[in-house]
Design a protein around this ligand. Structure first.
Ligand SMILES: Cc1cc2nc3c(=O)[nH]c(=O)nc-3n(C[C@H](O)[C@H](O)[C@H](O)COP(=O)(O)O)c2cc1C
Length: 325
């Protein structure tokens, strides 16, 4: 259910929330989903937001949801500050997304909570994570960051600049994958993203082959310059431009359009938390024949798909100037 986030000035934001009881856990599960949906919506619309407290959607319960490397549910949290080191930060809040407030926070803290299975847990939080959890914890006590402003000049309005899609900013070529399985449903979703790509005259001149078999992945990667790392990926998607969908012999346009569809796969994978790498270090004829494709086909790339294992290599981009006419 799409929930409105209460905005600054709403009296419910200033109330102290109640503890969650064991009996309430099941009926609160849909609220977890609503809270995660709110985080995703704010991320999409404003480009920030990693956590939200239940009172921000009018549920006066001591419950916080956080979406970082994975979703976390913190029920009945308690906070212990570790040391007395403080830091000053510009704090943002989903209940006033265009306002920043300078506040002081503890640099280190320890969060104790029950998780979504009512298990006792604790998590050490430092720096920005410490700031984040102190902000959310305050919501449970009806305290907003505006009430913690360091002085009367502590407020700033967030500039409403155009933002680049996080998937474009964060995507990297992934060349090492974990054992975690990629489901058929996930693969279908990647192919669907490719299907929605634009193409000249809407010819959609592409085909895809999903490769899971180890033997076939071995064969493909050996043709693809014997790039051994490829085999750590559980799935390959072979992206093919196929001239039969145009029928005019215009291979350049076939390749152009199919490359767009291939990039859709990379961005959708990033969106789903998957890693991907476009590979294309192969002889076209050799790859065609290994896949049983005729001469009207052009293999645009073999995209490896899986869950990333470790951090990808950082890559730079040259600065870019453009001509205006
Ligand atoms: C058409 C194409 C072919 C590529 N072929 C390979 C390849 O065979 N092996 C590989 O490791 N990376 C390959 N890459 C990935 C590039 O090396 C990578 O995109 C580039 O270094 C920038 O890094 P990033 O994707 O992490 O931003 C290919 C990328 C493209 C677009």
């Amino acid at each position: 259910m799409e929930r409105d986030i209460l905005l600054l000035g709403d009296p419910r934001l200033y109330e102290v929330s109640e503890e969650v009881t064991r009996e309430e856990l099941e009926e609160l599960r849909p609220v977890f989903t609503d809270l995660f949906d709110c985080i995703s919506r704010i991320q999409r619309d404003y480009g920030f937001g990693r956590a939200i407290a239940a009172p921000q959607i009018g549920v006066q319960k001591r419950l916080i949801c956080m979406l970082t490397d994975k979703p976390y549910v913190f029920i009945n949290p308690t906070l212990e500050f570790v040391g007395d080191e403080m830091m000053e930060v510009m704090d943002d809040c989903m209940s006033f997304p265009n306002l920043l407030v300078r506040v002081q926070r503890y640099r280190h803290c320890l969060l104790r909570y029950k998780d979504e299975n009512w298990e006792d847990r604790e998590m050490r939080m430092d720096d920005d994570m410490s700031e984040l959890i102190q902000h959310e914890y305050d919501h449970l006590d009806g305290i907003l960051s505006t009430m913690r402003a360091v002085d009367e000049k502590a407020f700033a309005v967030r500039e409403n600049k155009p933002r680049i899609l996080p998937e474009i900013v964060n995507r990297r070529s992934i060349r090492s994958y974990s054992d975690e399985e990629v489901t058929d449903e996930q693969v279908d979703c990647l192919i669907e993203a490719a299907r929605l790509a634009p193409s000249g005259s809407n010819k959609q001149p592409w085909d895809f082959i999903v490769v899971r078999s180890y033997q076939m992945r071995e064969k493909i990667s050996s043709i693809d310059h014997n790039q051994k790392w490829m085999l750590t990926a559980p799935v390959f998607i072979v992206c093919i431009g196929n001239e039969k969908y145009r029928g005019d012999g215009d291979m350049e346009r076939v390749i152009r359009d199919s490359a767009i569809a291939t990039e859709h796969i990379l961005l959708q994978a990033e969106h789903m938390g998957l890693g991907a790498c476009w590979t294309g270090w192969f002889d076209q004829n050799e790859m065609r024949s290994a896949l049983g494709l005729d001469e009207r086909c052009y293999v645009i790339g073999v995209v490896t798909i899986g869950y990333p294992d470790g951090q990808p290599v950082e890559t730079g981009r040259r600065s870019l100037e453009y001509r205006e006419l």
